[in-house]
Design a protein around this ligand. Structure first.
Ligand code: SF4
Ligand code: SF4
Length: 172
């Protein structure tokens, strides 16, 4: 498994065309049922996640807009010992798609490769990279994340092998 986020980004860029072909293959050629595909993909993701320590990576913390709930904001403000209003003023922005979000690249709470507010981190950070769910309907989101997250990259590469997809490039 490739754990270095820079190498993951490089390999994913190289495989952009192949990954779009894989999406078409899953939709139109692969005879697996959704249930089987989702079960195998979830298992592969669990195995990949067990091989990497997110607190030694932090790649997603350099790229993503993080949506926040009111509970997230209260918890984060408590974690950094700021009054909630001050926290909102300093760290929370508003977008059309996300009325409350953190949008800093890297995240202001990233310390090297580690989250300095790990115990208080927002729910979206806990859920990322959203490994569960229906693979076929989520394939575009999965492809978007494959260049960022080593877990998603590994999951996708192993899924190509499991479904006997004919690759353009050998498995890294
Ligand atoms: S709050 Fe922590 S886990 Fe979430 S993006 Fe920031 S550094 Fe990463
Ligand atoms: S979720 Fe993925 S990108 Fe984020 S820290 Fe963990 S391995 Fe790295």
């Amino acid at each position: 498994m490739i754990e270095d986020p820079a190498e993951v980004a490089r390999q994913a860029k190289l495989r952009e065309e192949e990954n779009w072909c894989f999406r078409s293959f899953l939709k139109a050629v692969c005879g697996w049922s959704d249930a089987r595909l989702n079960r195998v993909a979830a298992q592969l993701a669990r195995e990949a996640a067990a091989q990497i320590n997110c607190t030694d990576c932090g790649a997603c913390c350099r790229e993503n807009i993080v949506p926040l709930t009111d509970e997230d904001i209260d918890r984060l403000a408590g974690g950094v010992r700021l009054p909630v209003l001050d926290f909102r003023r300093r760290h929370v922005k508003s977008f059309d798609t996300d009325p409350q979000a953190m949008d800093a690249h890297p995240c202001e709470f990233l310390d090297g490769r580690r989250c300095s507010v790990y115990e208080s981190r927002p729910q979206a950070c806990r859920d990322y990279p959203y490994l569960d769910g229906d693979v076929r309907s989520r394939m575009i989101m999965i492809l978007e994340r494959t260049g960022t997250c080593p877990i998603v990259f590994e999951q996708l590469e192993r899924l190509k092998d499991e479904t006997r997809f004919r690759r353009i490039y050998p498995r890294p």
